[in-house]
Design a protein around this ligand. Structure first.
Ligand SMILES: [Zn+2]
Length: 439
């Protein structure tokens, strides 16, 4: 028998059509899908036997999509701060990863990160890390929709010996979880400066063969661009274009430094951008030209990056930052308005993942990935415009309910799939282990 649940919020914000706010409306979930949006009175009449949940202080909207994260790195949060990207990677993060990262580390770290993200209203994460099967298991454990980006680079780690080894493990992981609900895979060459031409070519071929999307850090810093010109005679984007990597299958994380010609190239090839404002600020990577990219017709979603470089997996906080930065960077206060920012955090992310027809908005037929935000707190009163309140004033702690595929993962701030105290204990256990071994 089908399970029908009717949600009756104060404000229903479907994201499609753009900037719409419905009142006195209900969302009807049937099993894992959204089956209808209709007037509340009609829902009570038509679905008298269904479960009715009244959310009379709340806005109901699609779950946030974190388009670039390294979930497991939350166990390294705060280990090294206030450094440049290459200093941070070469002298702190990569040595710590080499020493500590294991299947167990990645599972525990990913579960903790997913709990944090669910508590902040994120329902989908586009991840990129090692131990691909551990990330996939964490997704099944937490119930969070996850795209497992299988990191590929040239140098050895505890996980793999060389690029071919990473690639083989990626395909094995993808095949092991084939058909698993809520778990998808992407090939994730780490960055142009850690992956050789020959490997990029193999990645393009495997991506075509297995219909796998791509996810790569690109043009994160000026140093990366200068180094590529020195070594390859071209900037990274041009090099990747020559290797056949630029297409609508690619999510390019960062792209902080893009010339006018490169913005045209990104638009023509259909590349999607994962904008990471907090990470770009913290590592002083620069200000991405988001306003120009969006004006050129490029699809831009938003990511937190890993919590070692942010240090919060707080998509709501980061989307506010993206809106403010876009105005300052473009000198235009109308840039990235509240409704556009909300779309960036939801539907744009879904489109980047090739899931625009399944998630990212509250439309009949889509999967029921939904959140409720309680706007009754003093900090979000009065409510003239709920979309403005959500983007500019609400905090992630106001997210009260989360559903993924119609399954409730958080109810009135209580996680349903994980025990928060057990996760806190586990984090402290890892801290003791990492601190001891690092000394
Ligand atoms: Zn990253």
């Amino acid at each position: 028998m089908k399970k029908i649940t009717c949600l009756h919020p104060q404000w229903l914000i479907p994201v499609e059509p753009h900037a719409t706010v419905l009142t006195q409306h209900a969302l009807v979930m049937t099993d894992d899908k959204i089956s209808a949006l209709m007037p509340s009175a009609q829902a009570y009449q038509q679905h008298a036997d269904a479960e009715h949940i009244v959310l009379d202080k709340h806005a109901l909207l699609p779950g946030f999509i974190n388009l670039h994260a390294h979930s497991a790195m939350c166990l390294l949060r705060g280990l090294a701060d206030d450094l440049s990207l290459m200093d941070w990677l070469n002298h702190h993060i990569w040595p710590a990863e080499k020493q500590h990262v294991s299947d167990e580390f990645v599972f525990d770290g990913s579960v903790q990160a997913m709990a944090e993200m669910i508590r902040g209203g994120t329902t989908t994460v586009n991840d990129m890390y090692f131990y691909h099967q551990a990330v996939a298991r964490a997704s099944v454990h937490s119930g969070m929709r996850t795209v497992v980006g299988c990191s590929i680079l040239e140098f050895p780690t505890g996980y793999a010996n060389d690029a071919d080894d990473y690639l083989q493990k990626a395909i094995e992981a993808y095949q092991a979880f084939a058909g698993q609900n809520g778990v998808d895979f992407r090939l994730a060459p780490h960055a142009p400066y850690t992956v050789a031409d020959a490997t990029f070519k193999k990645i393009v071929a495997l991506s075509d063969q297995h219909q796998l999307g791509l996810h790569c850090h690109i043009h994160e810093t000026l140093d990366e661009v200068a180094e590529s010109v020195k070594l390859h005679g071209v900037r990274p984007l041009q090099r990747l274009h020559n290797l056949g990597l630029l297409s609508s299958k690619l999510i390019a994380a960062h792209v902080v430094h893009a010339s006018d010609e490169e913005i045209v190239l990104l638009q023509k090839t259909g590349v999607h951008i994962a904008h990471n404002p907090a990470s770009n600020l913290k590592l002083a990577s620069g200000f991405a030209r988001i306003h120009d990219m969006q004006n050129a017709g490029i699809n831009v979603g938003i990511g937190t990056d890993g919590s070692a470089s942010n240090n919060k997996l707080d998509l709501l906080g980061d989307v506010r930052m993206a809106a403010l930065l876009s105005k300052a960077e473009s000198g235009n206060p109308t840039a990235l308005n509240a409704a556009a920012a909300l779309e960036m955090a939801t539907l744009s992310g879904a489109r980047a993942l090739g899931m625009g027809d399944r998630i990212g908005s509250l439309v009949a037929g889509k999967q029921a990935d939904i959140i409720a935000i309680d706007l009754s707190a003093l900090e979000t009163q009065p409510v003239y415009d709920p979309i403005s309140q959500i983007i500019y004033a609400a905090g992630r702690e106001q997210v009260s309910h989360v559903w993924v595929d119609g399954r409730c993962l958080m109810k009135n701030r209580e996680l349903t799939t994980m025990q928060i105290h057990a996760l806190e204990d586990k984090a402290r256990w890892w801290q003791a282990r990492i601190a001891t071994q690092s000394n």
